[in-house]
Design a protein around this ligand. Structure first.
Ligand SMILES: Nc1ncnc2c1ncn2[C@@H]1O[C@H](COP(=O)(O)OP(=O)(O)OP(=O)(O)O)[C@@H](O)[C@H]1O
Length: 576
């Protein structure tokens, strides 16, 4: 696992960990050397020596202290740099990967998971790989060096020093394994309890409206009790194994002391050697005493590491080696079949064409597959069979960034970032000048609104900024499409009601945007797309009719029915 985690690091990161380990090791060894000098002084009675010798000794001690302080500062800095390098590298890799997944990857649970990974898991990796590794490695190296040295001082006392360690470590490992099993149960119970709490909070309005919901509350209380019981069971197990480990660990030291005292009594050991063992065995025992801490850290990070690896190793959307470019921008769907993994819905043998520069509307009952058809063009998902072509080139043969650069998207749910309006529009084209952004906003009918804001184009919107209405958001999104100036536009018409002024502005902006481009509109209000060049009518994943508004009305088909339903709904609205 250590090896896998180190893989997260770049060569530079690994070098920084090695440097931090070296600095910590040297600093630790200097501390022991300092102690050794003092032991020697006490043992050999140097106190009576000449003044000049004492001065040299004091200066040596002082130099060692200074060097040690310098090393600690260097080690601390490098370990933090290594930590930052981990965070930056992992987050960058995740961001790069996220863009390369098809949308099938992003289920609702995944979104929560990704956010946990980016925030919590990467930080944990940082703390372990960056901070913990160097300290742990140096503890082990120091212990090994001191262990070997102590054995050369006295083999017998060395053996006494380690006599009980295997039992202590065995107790600890067995206990930790049991705790691991119990931890899984505790975690499962915690997840159950948390989900029930979320469900409870979400349904509070319902619970308030329909008297008390005794059953639900009882379920919640049971889950709290269940979690409490498993948490207690785990704490008990942990206390028992930590306790037994401590007993054997302390006993190991006691055995060494007793053995040393006996050897001293029988003149088998010099007092200085005994003194050395008493002082330096602490450093030798240090990493063993910290095993539990290391283990717990590893367990926490293991989960985080696995979640991070799951993302970094998840299969990406297929990328072509020698990408092709589209020269023209007519679109063709040829016998396209596609199904989501999670439900029955499927697009069946869908074929149609969108001539370059024309407006095509996708209509049909809710759930008939209009959005799915549009999403396939953006390769949010890949079709299973058939082909989608732009200018005769299969979109899977195009470079993905190139494909997206040819398409502007105006969706219903407009994502506004917590930034200035200017930056939000510029998102459509990073190279756009301020004048181009303003020209786009004018064409999108949003310029007047923006200049009326306190800081004009520099007003911060989105989270913690100025709020925008649905209509204004959509016009920002249209402005983004204008600055992007892509030859293809995919448009999801708004279903929610906007006020008549906003609606007129949006319609005007969209008409300007559509000029000279190949436009695919997912239409919900049939009256807005009457003048489209072509209307494609979908039903349950199949393309059932296509033609102009007039030609489709003449046929006694689904379009006519939908038209009549919408017309009668309007009449009903007026007669209310
Ligand atoms: N991400 C998804 N995962 C699984 N199924 C999906 C997903 N998105 C849509 N579907 C399903 O595919 C079917 C078609 O959905 P789609 O959004 O394409 O229809 P639509 O015609 O655009 O509907 P609406 O007019 O209501 O927006 C629906 O049954 C829907 O539940």
């Amino acid at each position: 696992m250590i090896k896998q985690m180190l893989n997260v690091l770049t060569v530079k990161g690994k070098a920084m960990i090695a440097a931090a380990t070296l600095a910590f090791t040297m600093s630790g060894l200097l501390s022991t050397y300092l102690m050794y000098v003092i032991v020697n002084v006490i043992n050999q009675g140097h106190i009576d020596r000449s003044r000049s010798e004492m001065t040299v000794l004091c200066m040596l001690l002082f130099a060692i202290l200074l060097l040690k302080a310098g090393l600690v500062i260097a080690a601390d800095m490098t370990k933090h740099f290594a930590g930052f390098a981990v965070v930056a590298k992992v987050r960058e890799s995740i961001i790069r990967k996220l863009k390369r997944f098809s949308l099938a990857f992003y289920s609702k649970e995944r979104l929560g998971e990704i956010s946990t990974i980016i925030h919590k898991d990467v930080d944990r990796l940082e703390s372990l790989v960056g901070h913990f590794f160097s300290v742990m490695f140096s503890d082990i190296i120091i212990a090994l060096i001191l262990g070997v040295w102590l054995f050369t001082q006295s083999l017998a006392l060395g053996l006494a020093m380690i006599a009980l360690l295997p039992i202590a470590v065995l107790m600890l490992v067995l206990g930790l394994k049991r705790s691991l099993l119990l931890q899984k149960q505790t975690n499962d119970d915690l997840v159950d309890m948390a989900s029930l709490f979320i469900e409870y909070v979400r349904s509070i309005p319902l619970i308030k409206a329909f008297s008390e919901n005794v059953d639900f509350e009882e379920k919640l209380q049971n889950s709290i009790r269940k979690f409490g019981t498993s948490a207690k069971k785990q704490s008990k197990a942990v206390a028992i194994y930590v306790g037994s480990f401590s007993i054997f660990f302390e006993l190991a030291y006691a055995v060494m002391m007793i053995a040393g005292a006996v050897m001293l009594y029988y003149d088998m050991l010099a007092i200085k050697t005994f003194l050395i063992f008493i002082i330096f065995s602490h450093e030798f025992y240090k990493p063993i005493g910290k095993i539990e801490k290391y283990w717990i850290n590893f367990l926490q990070v293991k989960d985080s590491y696995q979640r991070v690896s799951k993302i970094l190793e998840a299969p990406e959307m297929s990328q072509i080696q020698v990408p092709q470019k589209a020269g023209t921008f007519e679109i063709a769907y040829e016998k396209v079949n596609f199904a989501y993994a999670s439900n029955e819905f499927a697009l069946k043998d869908v074929s149609f064409e969108l001539p370059q520069g024309s407006i095509t509307a996708l209509v049909g009952p809710s759930g008939s597959g209009k959005t799915t058809v549009a999403n396939l063009l953006l390769r949010f998902w890949d079709n299973e069979s058939g082909a989608i072509k732009i200018g005769g080139v299969d979109i899977r043969e195009m470079d993905y960034d190139d494909l997206l650069s040819n398409i502007s998207i105006v969706m219903q749910q407009v994502v506004i970032f917590a930034d200035s309006i200017y930056e939000n529009i510029k998102l459509g084209n990073r190279n756009a000048t301020r004048a181009q952004v303003m020209a786009a906003a004018k064409k999108a009918q949003i310029h007047d609104f923006i200049v009326g804001l306190p800081n004009g184009y520099d007003t911060i919107v989105g989270e913690n900024g100025v709020g925008l209405s649905g209509g204004q958001r959509q016009r920002i999104s249209i402005a983004r499409a204008f600055v992007k100036n892509a030859p293809i536009v995919v448009l999801d018409e708004m279903t929610s009601n906007v006020d008549p002024v906003n609606e007129v502005k949006i319609q005007r902006a969209l008409s300007t945007l559509a000029k000279g481009r190949t436009v695919m509109v997912i239409a919900h209000h049939l009256h807005t797309i009457r003048s489209a060049d072509k209307i494609l009518v979908f039903n349950a994943g199949e393309l059932v009719e296509q033609g102009t508004h007039e030609s489709l009305l003449k046929r006694e088909g689904l379009y006519r029915q939908l038209w009549q339903v919408q017309a009668s709904a309007k009449e009903w609205e007026f007669s209310m």
